[in-house]
Design a protein around this ligand. Structure first.
Ligand code: F6R
Length: 234
């Protein structure tokens, strides 16, 4: 793993957006994208850059189950506001959270992923070590599926809703195998609330109890972090 430490978040996000722009310049066309607070400064940089995604395809990691795509809380809306309205892709896919048959939607999404290997997969990490919405205990062989969110994830995401009760209980998420299928993974982890998960990652012990730890088994992972991690300061 290539761990890039920045004590300055502005410099960190400049570096990640340059990484993206360089990837496009080098011919990357298929991107796995993420949502959440971590990604907002990156998308702001990309909105304000001259990057052109108009020949590229994107696949989002996840979507809340049972949510209308036009809801202000959907990841579909988030992605349009944060990136797609300003920087459209040739095609952008976000799982349909309110599909009549959400398990069938997950299978359909997985088939799309398998037909479109991602050059770059962007990831954040949950305080509990989740990647996408693969909560602790999720099989490393998992494909896109419906998952029940843990109380801690719902609490962490309640800041985007008016109350905890409004946070959906389930999500459609790429599985861990789906994520690992990307050629390159870029993980951004900022803030002390991510320290425990990140220390478990760099510790090197791969366990389903800390889903992000599986990145130790991927050959091409770049981590952008403002956390001084044990291996980052060696
Ligand atoms: C978002 C996603 C999640 C987030 C994680 C961190 O699409 O898949 O894994 O990356 O929950 O969220 P923030 O960035 O809000 O701390």
């Amino acid at each position: 793993m290539d761990i890039r430490y920045f004590d300055d978040r502005t410099a960190l996000y400049t570096a990640v957006s340059e990484h993206f722009q360089q990837a496009v310049a080098n011919g990357a066309t298929t991107f796995g994208l993420a949502t959440g607070g971590t990604m907002e400064p990156l998308y702001e940089n990309l909105r304000n850059s001259d990057v052109d995604f108009s020949t590229c395809t994107s696949f989002n990691l996840d979507e809340y189950a049972g949510i209308d795509k036009n809801s202000p809380h959907s990841y579909y809306t988030y992605m349009h506001e944060q990136l797609f309205n300003a920087k459209p892709f040739a095609a952008s896919y976000v799982p349909v959270g309110d599909a009549d048959d959400v398990d069938a939607e997950a299978r359909k999404y997985e088939a799309l992923l398998q037909a479109n290997k991602r050059h770059i997969q962007l990831l954040g990490v949950g305080e509990n070590g989740h990647i996408a919405f693969n909560e602790p205990g999720t099989s490393f062989d998992s494909e896109t599926h419906v998952i029940e969110l843990t109380p801690s994830t719902r609490e962490a995401n309640a800041r985007f809703f008016s109350s905890l009760d409004e946070v959906p209980t389930h999500a459609v998420t790429m599985g861990i195998a789906s994520i690992l299928d990307a050629d390159e993974i870029i993980l951004i982890a900022c803030g002390e609330n991510k320290r425990q998960a990140m220390e478990a990652l760099v510790d090197g012990n791969v366990t389903v109890e800390v889903p992000v730890s599986i990145l130790n088994n991927h050959p091409n992972v770049v981590i952008y972090t403002d956390l001084k991690l044990p291996v980052a300061v060696k």
